[in-house]
Write a protein that binds this ligand. Structure first.
Ligand SMILES: *Cc1c(COP(=O)(O)O)cnc(C)c1O
Length: 352
């Protein structure tokens, strides 16, 4: 604490992201894509490195919005773009949630939600998960202030079927339901198809995971035109140009290279499937993942022990020291080679 800090600065409880170490490690801790971005992305960014960098980027981002809209069979008025989906989430909290009206989210979920709630002074009702880590759909009906949840959920990796998502949207006609689809490209179906039907649904996606662009910082929201206008009001009251010229060029190329996207996504899903099976053979209880990571608990070796010993062996995964997931590990799906390395280091920990 410092005497010059504002009340907001003092009150904030910042999000703590997974560690970024500079050593040569097997890095399976922050759900980045193990494959490089499409070559088209690197070309587009290189081409954009020119004298125009002297000029501000477009504040309305029409071209990229149109490309994203086409991908989801929407109009560009249904698309909002921000500097990573974390920024889009922050604008969403500002635009749609109200101090004094409690919002609901799962008790085990993306830990940025309580951070934003605290920052914007919004009270929360954290809804426990079922024993099997599924979401209690009905508990999200008729919220006072709105609803937010990731689908698939993080860090559990589990997907809520689209008809359940739709019920939650239907049963909150007077508040906004935000579905954070950071991992949906590794899952069954996006809720974007419901946007034409429900004016209170906001779907948020990111280029960080399935498009291999965590370093470029591009995320977007899909929703009814009025919701998009609400978000735009927040952006234009904060920073008119949150997405720079290089990011716009790279994101555009990434969205257009469907073949590359499908190939890398398919590879990750294939790796996920053999890794999950092998973890099972190693004595782990593995939740059914529809993401690019798996969430698992071992029957006789403590998660924290596994996490620490892997770290000593230069394999970094994620451990959350929080009930009721304090005996679980979150492991990002890497390349087959990285996952073989992971198992090689894991084996002597489990069978010393
Ligand atoms: C990774 C992640 C994000 C943030 O993505 P960025 O676009 O990189 O800011 C948002 N929500 C969830 C659930 C995530 O896992």
């Amino acid at each position: 604490m410092n005497k010059y800090w504002s009340t907001i600065a003092k009150r904030a409880e910042p999000y703590v992201p997974g560690e970024q170490l500079n050593k040569n490690i097997v890095k399976l801790n922050t759900n980045e894509n193990p494959y490089p971005p499409s070559p088209a992305v690197l070309n587009a960014i290189k081409n954009e490195i020119n004298q125009d960098l002297r000029l501000y980027p477009t504040p309305t981002m029409d071209d990229l919005r149109q490309t994203i809209a086409d991908e989801h069979r929407l109009q560009k008025q249904n698309v909002f773009i921000g500097n990573g989906s974390d920024e889009v989430l922050a604008f969403s909290f500002m635009a749609f949630f109200e101090p004094g009206k409690a919002i609901r989210f799962p008790a085990i979920t993306y830990s940025f939600y309580p951070v934003y709630a605290q920052l914007f002074n919004i009270s929360t009702e954290q809804i426990p998960l079922n024993e099997d880590f599924t979401l209690k759909t009905e508990a999200f009906f008729n919220s006072e202030g709105g609803v937010i949840f990731p689908n698939p959920n993080a860090p559990t990796s589990m997907y809520l079927p689209l008809d359940q998502v739709e019920r939650i949207v239907q049963k909150n006609p007077n508040t906004v339901v935000i579905v954070d689809e950071a991992y949906v490209d590794f899952a069954d179906q996006s809720a974007a198809s419901l946007i034409q039907t429900y004016d209170n649904l906001l779907v948020i996606q990111t280029m960080s995971k399935s498009r291999s662009l965590a370093g470029l910082r591009v995320g977007f929201a899909l929703g009814n035109e009025q919701l998009i206008q609400g978000l735009t009001r927040m952006k234009d009251s904060f920073n008119s140009y949150p997405v720079d010229r290089l990011a716009l060029a790279g994101a555009q190329a990434a969205m257009k290279d469907t073949a590359y996207f499908q190939e890398t996504t398919r590879k990750i899903i294939t790796t996920r499937s053999w890794v999950s099976k092998k973890m099972g053979q190693y004595g782990f209880d593995v939740l059914p993942s529809q993401t690019n990571f798996i969430f698992a608990s071992h029957s006789n070796v403590a998660a924290e022990t596994i996490y620490n010993q892997l770290k000593e062996n230069d394999v970094l995964i994620r451990y959350f020291n929080k009930k009721p997931i304090d005996n679980y590990l979150r492991i990002t799906i890497g390349t087959d080679e990285e996952m073989n390395m992971f198992f090689e280091k894991l084996y002597p920990i489990l069978y010393p």
